[in-house]
Design a protein around this ligand. Structure first.
Ligand code: DGT
Ligand code: MG
Length: 378
């Protein structure tokens, strides 16, 4: 930071993957506002605008001080006209009129409620809104045709929309470990997503599973799922081949091994018993007071299986944040003529795939300083 007219002026590199973004954020009022506009844009199929707001928010997240004056933002990257207007409004008036009116808007509220149903995306929610459906009661009354995921989503709506704590994530981790140990001894389970970045709560729990011997992970997912199902841990599950858009085709997709990369979207049944076994709640016995009280909650859990040869790429790709991932790929493409996915890194200049057995090696290939998970909270 340099001093200029007595206000602190900040200097920030332009890609989020060049920056260290911890969970400590001194500008939450501004970043919450921009994130809400980003969310609204994403829910309205305006992805470009969403990314612009996310990038602007991410820049503010790394500033060492709260912003108090617009002059402090001079020279900062990623702050477009629109984001600057929102920030200015908040600094001058205590709130942004655009953010406030978005929050109040019937459309935004309906989009939030409806996409809060697991299995319902912006498109479906938009169609329902055009049919006059704005809340869960109206949805239920209209007797819509729902797929299996959406039925589970509606049934467990309140649980799924309640944040998952780190303690709950750890309790689920123990169950997943147990499942994996039972069906393939030696296979390894790694907590990924927000919890790996040190977040204390999340909207789901994500795990990456691999085996140190290449090929042993083949067919693993169905076995894990069967075990979990047989023990009554799954309220819903759908196993798919990984189908992340940019890894479908193109140079970041190595032709072998792809079919081994599987993903399971699930809704887990986490009971007090598991939390207790994981040592997180006071030991207590079921009593009369438990009559009628629900002794479990539903939690969204994502499982991914990767062959060990792709493990570092999968780990990096699934740790997030979403913006950090996006920025890594943009950096690779725009600055390095490389193509990065959760499976591989392709060097377009050398026309070859670059191997890596750790995240550190991937950052090195990309010519970036290593950023640990706790500093990827862009
Ligand atoms: P949360 O769960 O809201 O607390 O926050 P995160 O950061 O755990 O977000 P989540 O669970 O949606 O996704 C975890 C990371 O995994 C995210 O940063 C990007 C990555 N990811 C999500 N979906 C896909 C996918 O379909 N394919 C790949 N390759 N990566 C994905
Ligand atoms: Mg997550």
């Amino acid at each position: 930071p340099t001093n200029e007219a007595e206000v602190e002026v900040f200097s920030v590199p332009s890609y989020a993957c060049q920056r260290r973004t911890t969970l400590e954020n001194r500008n939450t009022v501004l970043t919450d506002a921009l994130s809400l506009l980003a969310e609204n844009a994403e829910l309205s199929a305006e992805e470009g605008r969403g990314v612009a707001f996310r990038r602007a928010a991410a820049v503010l997240k790394v500033l060492p001080e709260p912003v108090t004056d617009m002059t402090q933002l001079r020279g900062l990257p990623c702050l477009g006209e629109h984001s600057l207007r929102v920030i200015k409004d908040i600094l001058e008036n205590g709130a942004s009129s655009e953010v406030e009116s978005t929050k109040q808007s019937e459309r935004f509220k309906a989009l939030k409620v409806l996409t809060g149903i697991f299995g319902v995306g912006a498109k479906t929610a938009d169609r329902w809104i055009r049919e006059g459906i704005h809340d869960l009661q109206q949805l239920k009354d209209s007797r819509p045709t729902l797929n299996r995921a959406q039925r589970a989503g509606l049934e467990h709506y309140d649980d799924i929309n309640q944040p998952v704590s780190k303690a709950e994530a750890d309790a689920i981790g123990q169950v997943v470990e147990e499942a994996v140990a039972a069906v393939l001894p030696g296979a390894q389970v790694t907590l990924i997503g927000g919890f790996r970045r040190g977040k204390l709560s999340g909207h789901d729990v994500d795990f990456l599973i691999t085996h140190p011997e290449e090929g042993r992970e083949v067919g693993l997912m169905p076995k894990i799922v069967s075990w979990l199902e047989s023990q009554g841990f799954l309220l819903y599950q759908k196993t798919t081949r990984n189908s992340y858009l940019e890894s479908e085709d193109g140079p970041a997709r190595p032709c072998s091994n792809m079919d081994r990369f599987e993903r399971c979207f699930s809704v887990f049944k986490l009971s007090e018993d598991e939390k207790r076994r994981a040592g997180q709640t006071q030991s207590r016995h079921a009593s009369a007071e438990d009559g009628g009280r629900k002794l479990w909650r539903a939690v969204r859990v994502d499982l991914v299986v990767s062959p060990i040869s792709q493990f570092a790429f999968a780990l990096l790709g699934w740790t997030g944040s979403k913006l950090f991932e996006r920025e890594l790929r943009r950096w690779a493409g725009h600055e390095k003529t490389m193509s990065l996915s959760s499976h591989a890194l392709y060097d377009g200049t050398q026309r070859t795939y670059l191997r890596a057995t750790s995240e550190e090696e991937i950052f090195a290939h990309l010519g970036l300083d290593y950023i640990p998970p706790s500093e990827r909270n862009a």
